[in-house]
Design a protein around this ligand. Structure first.
Ligand SMILES: Cc1cc2nc3c(=O)[nH]c(=O)nc-3n(C[C@H](O)[C@H](O)[C@H](O)COP(=O)(O)O)c2cc1C
Length: 195
């Protein structure tokens, strides 16, 4: 697939087959992520690739516990409010049923941590589309990146003491076959040309 086509037709996938993603494809996604630009060529993203079902289930429980301890009335962001309310009911699964979650950590005292993480995540999502994989940005671990229980757990999974989570992405084979790939008319994202 052409690079521009892969970029224009990437769409978020939220329902997956349980099939694992081949190691070769994962290696390609991670190389695409590692080749992303970074501020001053800092290259301090740390990718934690989780494909163990037990580890994913543990993270789902931990996230649900952390979110259900929060007060939805003290939160303005609608997606977070919704996640808190669903977690309190007990059934919230932040990473859907995807077989792989790639968490991106970076140095907590580095000013471009979020920007560098975003460049890497976009590379992963576009590369996933080119490889017939679905993907979706997953933000809950970023919301909870100062929650002691979540920090401790991520450290057990390899995150360094001076790192925090700035984003994550799920990848896998879409439940209904190939990724959707519809070109969506965009309502926002204004462009101003000065000629
Ligand atoms: C910073 C950011 C955070 C996001 N967080 C989530 C999330 O936690 N869960 C989710 O299902 N989608 C998440 N998304 C995906 C957006 O909802 C999605 O990109 C948007 O609705 C446009 O749809 P498209 O990706 O199919 O073009 C996130 C996207 C971005 C860029």
């Amino acid at each position: 697939m052409e690079a521009i086509e892969a970029l224009l037709t990437r769409r978020s996938t939220r329902n997956y087959k349980p099939n694992p993603v081949e190691q070769e494809k994962l290696d390609t996604l991670l190389e695409a992520a590692r080749q992303a630009p970074s501020g001053s060529n800092n290259q301090s993203n740390h990718f934690i690739v989780i494909s163990s079902r037990a580890a994913l289930d543990e993270l789902i429980l931990l996230t649900r516990k952390a979110l259900s301890g929060m007060d939805p009335e003290k939160v303005v962001y609608p997606a977070l409010k919704n996640a808190i309310n669903l977690s309190k009911k007990g059934g919230y699964v932040f990473c859907y049923n995807a077989p792989v979650l790639i968490v991106v950590a970076n140095k907590k005292d580095y000013g471009n941590n979020m920007a560098d993480c975003s460049c890497a995540l976009e590379n992963i999502m576009v590369a996933a589309n080119a490889l017939d994989l679905g993907s979706c940005w997953i933000n809950q671990l970023r919301w909870l990146n100062e929650e002691p229980g979540v920090v401790e757990h991520m450290q057990k999974l390899g995150m360094k003491e001076d790192e925090r989570v700035y984003g994550a992405v799920i990848v896998g084979y879409p439940a209904d076959g190939l990724p959707k790939r519809n070109l969506m008319p965009q309502k926002g994202n204004e462009v101003t040309y000065i000629k």
